[in-house]
Design a protein around this ligand. Structure first.
Ligand code: ATP
Length: 235
């Protein structure tokens, strides 16, 4: 579904991604883990088109994204749930979800998508008229995920959904993501600093260090890897 080859990208004169290659197959749940500043967010921004690619190629469902402006990529089926949620704080929960449904597929599938996200996150039904900025961090993250799902994506990209959340709340979010993947067969690409939880949820993973893929493997291979165990799992 997503094929990235030798991607170079950065800001101004500063290179961040230095030849990243990765693939996400249809229906897979893939995690990208790595230390602060490794370039994980930059990778997502390159996929959704808010950071320019210097060289290399990103193909999504066979389409070379170089020719697709950022504003069209959501319509192709790429949903980016950004780091820090980025909700509209003075809009209600329901209005935030409606903003997510602004793609053609999102408008077409609105009723079905709304039913599904409220089943996965029932608290959002109770809070539907509440301003998003007044919700707890965990509830805001649920709105951010639900807003991404409201666009009817083929690929859901989540940038550090557990950021700033208490462990039990983060665990709830990871469990829901696994359930969404299982029940909807949705392809998920997840960036996380909570490496143990990310590798537990995902089928496969990549370790991104200083703009390069240092390791890749199935979740079981990565969890067995000595380097991953020492550097990321504290073993
Ligand atoms: P984190 O988990 O801390 O967000 P990350 O792996 O997502 O880390 P990025 O946010 O992609 O890393 O940042 C990679 C590098 O690019 C860092 O050195 C960062 O300082 C730099 N960087 C990020 N955004 C910008 C920007 N808008 N302008 C210039 N440099 C940036």
């Amino acid at each position: 579904m997503l094929e990235i080859e030798e991607l170079h990208a950065g800001y101004g004169g500063t290179p961040v991604l230095k030849g990243v290659s990765l693939r996400v197959g249809q229906g897979e749940f893939v995690a990208v883990v790595g230390p602060n500043g490794a370039g994980k967010t930059t990778l997502f921004k390159a996929i959704s088109g808010t950071v320019a690619t210097r060289s290399g190629r990103i193909r999504f469902q066979g389409t070379d994204l170089a020719a697709v402006p950022a504003s069209r990529r959501a319509h192709l089926g790429i949903a980016h749930v950004p780091e820090g949620r980025q909700l509209f704080p003075s809009l209600t929960v329901m209005e935030n979800l409606e903003m997510g449904a602004s793609t053609e597929a999102g408008r077409r599938d609105w009723a079905r998508n709304l039913d599904r996200v409220l089943a996965w996150f029932p608290i959002l039904a109770e809070r539907r008229s509440q301003l998003a900025g007044t919700l707890s961090g965990g509830q805001q993250q649920m709105v951010a995920v639900a807003r991404g799902l409201a666009s009817s994506p083929h690929l859901l990209m989540l940038d550090e959904p557990s950021m700033g959340l208490a462990p039990a709340v983060a665990e709830f979010i990871f469990e829901r993501l696994a359930e969404i993947h299982r029940e909807a067969g949705l392809t998920i690409l997840l960036v996380e600093q909570r490496v143990a939880e990310a590798l537990e949820s995902a089928d496969r993973g990549y370790v991104l260090e200083a703009g390069r893929i240092a390791l890749e493997g199935t979740h079981a291979e990565l969890r067995r890897d000595d380097r991953v165990r020492q550097a990321y799992l504290g073993m």
